[in-house]
Write a protein that binds this ligand. Sequence first.
Ligand code: SAM
Ligand code: SF4
Ligand code: SF4
Length: 359
Amino acid sequence: MGAASSALAAGAPAASFDGRPGLIDALGRALRDLRISVTDRCNFRCPYCMPAEVFGRDFAFLPRAQVLTFEEIARLAAVFVGLGVRKLRITGGEPLARRDLPVLVRYLASLQAPGGEAVDLTLTTNGSALRALAGPLAEAGLRRVTVSLDSLDDAVFGRMNGVDFPVARVLDGIGAARSAGLAPIKVNTVVRRGLNEDAILPLARWARDQGLVLRFIEYMDVGHTNGWRLDDVVPTAEILATLDAAMPVEPVPAGYRGEVAGRYRYRDGGGEVGVIASVTRPFCGDCTRARLSADGNLFSCLFAVGGTDLKAPLRAGASDAELAALVRRVWAARADRYSELRSAATASLPKVEMHSVGG
Ligand code: SAM
Ligand code: SF4
Ligand code: SF4
């Protein structure tokens, strides 16, 4: 894993995005974040991500041999850190479904950026296995976690997760994460018209009481199996109006360039809430994220139709410098801004599925 110190030295463009050295894409955006999908499998069947009708018993998930090993993931992550990445998010599918995940966390938590700069390591999970794994993950070096939860009502949550998974077990998992010292704990809520708009206020009140950072996410046309329609999106403006009417909020300036969630604080001092408005207020202009699928493909946009295979060169014996050169080429050519160009026609493109590329 010697790549972290050497990759940038090999001729990367100078800084201009956020005042720090790094790779700059065709639209002037730096490479700062890497989302790593560690499995394409999941124990939930959220209809907006892995609808049960499509991802049934016969669905062909990746064979084990196609999935990157922890050593391969760690080596690629080190290359990305050498190229300027400062935030790693482990995701999936359901990342906690990957056996021995703490082993990978230990590898990733040990990565050092050139100059000793910190690398922020986090993980997004549906929370179903946190009771068992929060402790081992924290011990392995994970500092914080994001848990997805779409309602506090069992009937609604059951429909949103597609397998009638009970709310209480996710709440228990969040409790386990808290006891293990993971902080801050963020909660992601996808809002889908006709399904869980009524969950907005109860979730906001609960998150305030619990001191959790809640972020509402607009329902997106990721992949091409969820039957997305613009009419099913509850726009950020409506989410904010619902919140504001009950608990007045005001905007907070972004913490850093490239921050995805619009931040709001409760005027009574009761904390913050976020909204991720990728449909109605696209943030492509500041998008610093790359994604690595479980089978080692690099995607430069969540809505990409195709990726670049890093696994084949990795397994064929490519050096860290050669892998870095490949990533550098992909990022230099990157001109993605799907959310700014979204239309009824783009929704049906054969885009990569969310469960394989990670959220
Ligand atoms: N299984 C984990 C989980 O659910 O947290 C991690 C992977 S999941 C793909 C990552 C995030 O993407 C989750 O917060 C999920 O709610 C969100 N997501 C999935 N499909 C989405 C969609 N169509 N629109 C908006 N967000 C979506
Ligand atoms: Fe699984 Fe997460 Fe997708 Fe739901 S959103 S099906 S929990 S990967
Ligand atoms: Fe980034 Fe693509 Fe999303 Fe735009 S649409 S914010 S480029 S991932």
